[in-house]
Each structure stands twice: as C-alpha cells, then as structure tokens.
Design a protein around this ligand. Structure first.
Ligand SMILES: [Zn+2]
Length: 269
C-alpha cells in the first residue's frame, strides 16, 4: 500500500520518508526494534491494523540482493502502543495481498557496505568524536554503544549513498529518535537555546543537561529531512523536549554535511 495513518489523526498520508519523519519525529511507537530489527510502523488507513514500511531507509531489509520500492505492508502482530492486529479486519482489507511487495529489481553487489562496517569497527572512537561534534553533546562510550546497536538493527550500513565521507551524519540520520540526559553540552548555541526555551531541562554549572522538574520528561534529538543537491548535502537537526503529549522544539539547525570531518580524523592512521 502507499498510504498510512498515525494515532489520533483521521487524515490519510502518502507513504514518503518526508511524511514519516515529519509526522512521527521518528519516535516510539512508530520506530520500534522488534526481533532485533528496526521497524518503521504506522496504521493501515483501510483496516486499522499495524503496517510496516518496507524500503524507508534501506532498500530491502530481508534480501540484500534485491531492491523494493518504498511501500507499506501489514504487520501481522500486535504492536505495543500503536495498534493491535485484528485478523478478521486484515483478511477483509482491500490492501491485503497487494502486489507492491512483489516488485523486485536486482541491485549490484554491496561491497561498499562492508567498507562501512569495517570503518565503524576500526575507528569507533573517531566516529564517536565526530558524532559528539555534530550533536554538540558529549556522547559517552556507553551511549555510543547503544546508538551503534540501533544503527545495526536498522541495517543503516546498507543505506544508499552512505560513504566514508558522510558516515557520521548518515549514521545519526538513520537512527530513530534518541533520548539525551546528563550528557555534557559542548555547543554554545545549544546551551543558549536550552536556557532560553526549555521548560523541563537546564544546563548545570558542570555544563550537563539536567532535569529541572520532578515529573517524567524527555529530551531528545533527531536528524531528519535529508537534502542532496549536486555537491552539497544537508540534514535538519532538531532537539525536542517532551512531557507526555506536550512537545517543545528547543533547537533546529540545518546541518551542512562536512565531507571531511571523519576522513580527516582517520587519515594517516
Ligand atoms: Zn489494512
């Protein structure tokens, strides 16, 4: 199918990466790791069952030799906090057995992607440093391991166009919404934005991101809306704080991709 719905909204949206990012902030329950794989989920506009996006970031998550066009397919099990699977509705759904999932075209070998895996394994510290620089937050080893697990489960290294030149940016772009807490703030503009706009967080004297209220609140980052034009590429970086349904955009910056950030760091090593 080529359209989807989200929670608490009756509108029907066309399945595009842009719509998915804008409507979900790449956040749970629309991004969930189920059986060690990152799933991008929404709701079937016809039957209300969960659907799974195929080819949203990585062309194919099941067979690496084949490529499938972006589409949605019913996800035939309950998805916590999104939708329960209803078999009766599913069998009755006009999108049931749609042919979209059967459109295959072959793509050539994936040698380059082994290169990406090799780079991550060989230079994890350099990658972590780049990521900290881009985000303006110190990313601890512990946090980095978690990001790495998430990147692997989204099969991000198969993302089309990922190279050693854009690796740290694409790495972040392919992650679902990530929470930050207590990490050190490295960037002055971000610190000022937190001071000025945050209702639930502050930067401590030690320059750490801290909660300033007692309720359950979240502070998160996402990179969305990747644009590539000739030689220049950019991705939109957002920081958001949340309390239940309240969402405050704290910081937004379109990052111009520096194609030498990572390669300069690993050159000569
Ligand atoms: Zn359906």
């Amino acid at each position: 199918m080529d359209s989807f719905k989200i929670l608490n909204d009756n509108r029907i949206y066309k399945i595009t990466r842009d719509n998915f990012e804008k409507l979900t902030d790449k956040k749970h329950p629309y991004c969930q790791e189920i059986r060690k794989r990152m799933r991008y989920l929404a709701i079937c506009p016809a039957c209300g069952n969960p659907i799974n996006f195929i080819g949203l970031y990585v062309k194919d998550q099941t067979d690496r030799k084949r490529i499938r066009a972006l589409h949605g397919r019913h996800f035939t099990e309950n998805v916590p906090q999104l939708a329960d699977f209803d078999e009766y509705e599913y069998k009755d759904c006009p999108f049931h057995n749609d042919k979209a999932g059967k459109l295959y075209t072959d793509i050539p070998g994936q040698k380059k992607n082994n290169e990406i895996v090799r780079l991550i394994k060989t230079y994890p510290e350099e990658l972590r440093e780049c990521i900290s620089k881009i985000l303006g937050f110190h990313i601890s080893q512990n946090k980095f391991e978690k990001l790495l697990t998430s990147f692997v489960s989204s099969k991000g290294y198969y993302f089309e166009g990922i190279t050693k030149f854009n690796l740290p940016y694409y790495f972040l772009y392919l992650l679902p919404n990530q929470k930050l807490f207590k990490c050190k703030v490295l960037d002055n503009d971000i610190e000022q934005a937190i001071d000025r706009k945050c209702k639930y967080f502050e930067v401590s004297k030690e320059k750490r991101l801290e909660k300033k209220v007692n309720e359950y609140v979240e502070f998160e980052f996402i990179l969305v809306e990747h644009i590539k034009k000739d030689e220049s590429e950019s991705i939109n970086y957002k920081l958001i704080e949340r309390k239940k349904e309240i969402r405050n955009l704290i910081f937004e910056n379109r990052l111009e991709i520096n194609h030498y950030l990572f390669v300069d760091m690993i050159s000569g090593k």
